[in-house]
Ligand binder design. Structure first.
Ligand code: URA
Length: 277
């Protein structure tokens, strides 16, 4: 298969030799860590967070994933009212699930709070738990390289060039196991509020747990990628999780296509937006 110029640039950015031609599309690739037990679907509707301090989401029922396109959880009560400082404090003090007992610290998010791009991953790993920042391990290096290929970065910069990165879970699951449905549901109001505050032009959902939370879908990534979805009116593109790509490097070309789709969608949204002032 011949590589396009665009793919060559992406491969160079990701440190891959161009002779690694993309494989035929796998039936239903999954980005789940191989040894982990199958994840439960995210619960569709956590109950109201408690108004009393500390502000934490209240217990949520276990439930099936709602139909595709069903409204996602809205942060309710106290979480819905929080500004950035309050939200960060609420996350740091959260004891809504058992992950608070094993975490070193919470991992809130990183990047420009006015970013046009919002990237949603899964959960902190060991290094993220230690450093308090999402995607600082090997997956993060790959993510940074992919973003760099598009001229995007988590580092200081203009809002249209800088991303905001957050996870569905703010605490590390022990041993990097998959998040449970209950953990996802309890943590979700924080992510939802982050998205509300950022008001991104594009959301990039990486991996099946981000997709379960934001799209209420258990469809494999391979079936959801390649088109534009919406989350609360914000265009959303689905792609593979970087950890999956590290294990399945031939799918990096597809991930690059997803990033290009996201970039085109963000540019279209920016062009359609009313001029400031
Ligand atoms: N994987 C994720 O989904 N998030 C992180 O922060 C690190 C690894």
């Amino acid at each position: 298969m011949a590589w396009t110029e665009r793919q060559r640039r992406m491969l160079a950015e990701m440190g891959l030799p161009p002779w690694l031609a993309p494989a035929a599309a796998p039936d239903e690739p999954t980005d789940a860590p191989a040894p982990e037990p199958a994840a439960q679907p995210a619960a569709p509707s956590p109950t109201q967070p408690q108004a009393a301090a500390p502000v934490v989401p209240a217990p949520a029922p276990q439930a099936q994933v709602a139909p595709m396109g069903a409204p996602a959880n809205r942060p309710a009560g106290a979480v819905a009212m929080l500004d950035w400082t309050g939200l960060r404090d609420a996350v740091a003090a959260c004891t809504a699930c058992g992950l608070c007992e094993s975490r070193t610290q919470t991992v809130f998010g990183v990047g420009n709070r006015s970013a046009e791009w919002m990237i949603v991953g899964e959960a902190p790993g060991e290094q993220e738990d230690r450093q308090g920042e999402p995607f600082v391990g090997r997956s993060g290096q790959l993510l940074d390289n992919m973003l760099l290929a598009l001229g995007l970065s988590r580092a200081e910069g203009a809002a249209d060039r800088q991303v905001y990165i957050a996870n569905t879970l703010k605490c590390r699951p022990p041993g990097n196991r998959n998040p449970t449905a209950d953990e996802l549901a309890r943590c979700e109001p924080f992510l939802v509020r982050q998205i509300e505050l950022i008001k991104p032009r594009i959301i990039l959902a990486m991996g099946r747990f981000a997709v379960q939370s934001l799209l209420r879908s258990n469809e494999p990534i391979g079936r959801l990628r390649g088109r534009v979805h919406h989350y609360q009116g914000v265009p959303l593109v689905v792609t593979y999780h970087p950890a999956y790509l590290l294990r399945n490097p031939l799918d990096k070309a597809r991930a690059w296509d997803d990033l290009c789709l996201a970039a085109e969608t963000a540019a279209a949204a920016a062009a359609a937006a009313p001029a400031p002032g």
